[in-house]
Design a protein around this ligand. Structure first.
Ligand SMILES: *[C@@H]1O[C@H](CO)[C@@H](O)[C@H](O)[C@H]1NC(C)=O
Length: 367
């Protein structure tokens, strides 16, 4: 380095610059020495994540297909976690009764009955032991079949019961086996059986009153299958509302956000969809709906990220194309994406009351 031999000012400056130069080389070196472990760490995490997504999780699912019903039903995901389902008043429901029904020897399901609002206005709190008798009072009944995860006490569900009760319907809602305070383990066959059981239980108690079904999300699969069974028996419900529905489980699973990272895998179908089928999970609503004769109303928000709007439309188009002289109408009500209702908040639409009232009217008129 020439700066070491120079005695000029310039030389001194060069010396200083030279030192700085050496110092900055040291800094770069130190930077790498300090960060290489970090780079390696990031690389390791990335590799591990990719390994899990592309190899680990698929192998796990394929060798443990029982995991698929847990994922689909998500009955162990309870939010909020500490709630007392025996006390519907804790959820802001007035004039509501909690009861259990024994569907099978080892399956007991929890249910609520919310009375129509006018009864509260006329009579105040109705004694719990006259709730069953009140089912004969001529007010129509909605049987609500909820979607996956949570319980019948989940917020968006409770808000809908309040809306329906305020429109003067009885509301009956259950937790399928394995959910909430119900015993057992969910399966497609099992949750349909629970719904069938409560429908028949109601039927025995309502006299000439009409029963309408309301299914949400996974519950639309249950509702459609239940409606098919009932219609095949000649015991058709008065009308059916399907909120945020899907056409079949294969399409719903393929388009669910959980499957996003796996979707491009060449073995996606073989691993995930085949495992679903092996566990008896199909929810082929687009086949069942052909046998569903009453009026059907489908509600879907364009910004639904859990069950895409397209799947609801596919179900609608299938139903529309297969209506016959013996079946009633099917209608589709879309909610614009900028309203922000997504998968769970359609109940917030200010026109919801009118939509339900008009639908009931149509069901009545065509009877
Ligand atoms: C849940 O509510 C029921 C009915 O109100 C009550 O009898 C019971 O003690 C409550 N349980 C808990 C753990 O708070």
């Amino acid at each position: 380095m020439d700066s070491q031999n120079s005695k000029s000012k310039k030389g001194k400056r060069n010396t200083r610059e030279g030192k700085e130069n050496i110092a900055s080389k040291g800094t770069v070196l130190r930077y790498f020495q300090e960060h290489i472990p970090h780079f390696l760490f990031t690389a390791k995490i990335t590799t591990l994540t990719l390994f899990l997504i592309y190899i680990g999780i698929p192998i796990f699912v394929r060798s443990n297909p029982w995991i698929m019903p847990r994922v689909v039903f998500a009955n162990l995901l309870r939010w909020p976690p500490f709630v007392n389902l025996s006390s519907p008043a804790d959820f802001g429901l007035v004039n509501a009764r909690h009861f259990f029904l024994d569907v099978e020897d080892d399956v007991r399901i929890g249910a609520w009955h919310v009375l129509p609002k006018s009864m509260h206005e006329e009579r105040g709190l109705v004694p719990l032991d006259s709730f069953e008798k009140e089912l004969k009072n001529g007010k129509k009944v909605f049987l609500y079949l909820h979607g996956n995860s949570g319980t019948r006490g989940s917020h968006h569900r409770v808000q809908l019961y309040k809306l329906l009760a305020s429109l003067d319907f009885h509301v009956i809602t259950i937790d399928y086996r394995g959910y909430g305070d119900s015993s057992g383990t969910p399966s497609e066959e099992g949750v349909v059986k629970d719904s069938y059981f409560i429908y028949k239980w109601l039927k025995q108690r309502i006299g000439d009153t009409k029963i309408f079904l309301w299914g949400h999300s996974l519950g639309t699969g249950v509702t459609t299958k239940l409606a098919k069974i009932l219609c095949n028996e000649g015991d058709h419900p008065a009308g059916i509302v399907l909120e945020s529905p899907f056409n079949n489980m294969i399409d719903a699973a393929t388009h669910h956000p959980f499957s996003l990272p796996f979707r491009m895998l060449p073995w996606f179908d073989w691993i995930f969809l085949k495992s679903l089928g092996e566990q008896g999970i199909y929810f082929k609503s687009d086949e069942s709906i052909l046998s569903v004769t009453p009026h059907i109303m489908i509600l879907h928000a364009e910004d639904d990220l859990i069950v895409p709007f397209d799947l609801g439309q596919k179900l609608y188009l299938k139903a529309k194309a297969t209506r016959t002289a013996y079946t009633k109408n099917v209608e589709f009500v879309a909610f614009k994406g900028d309203l922000g209702y997504g998968h769970k908040l359609i109940y917030q639409a200010p026109e919801m009351g009118d939509i339900v009232r008009q639908f009931i009217q149509k069901c009545e008129n065509s009877d």
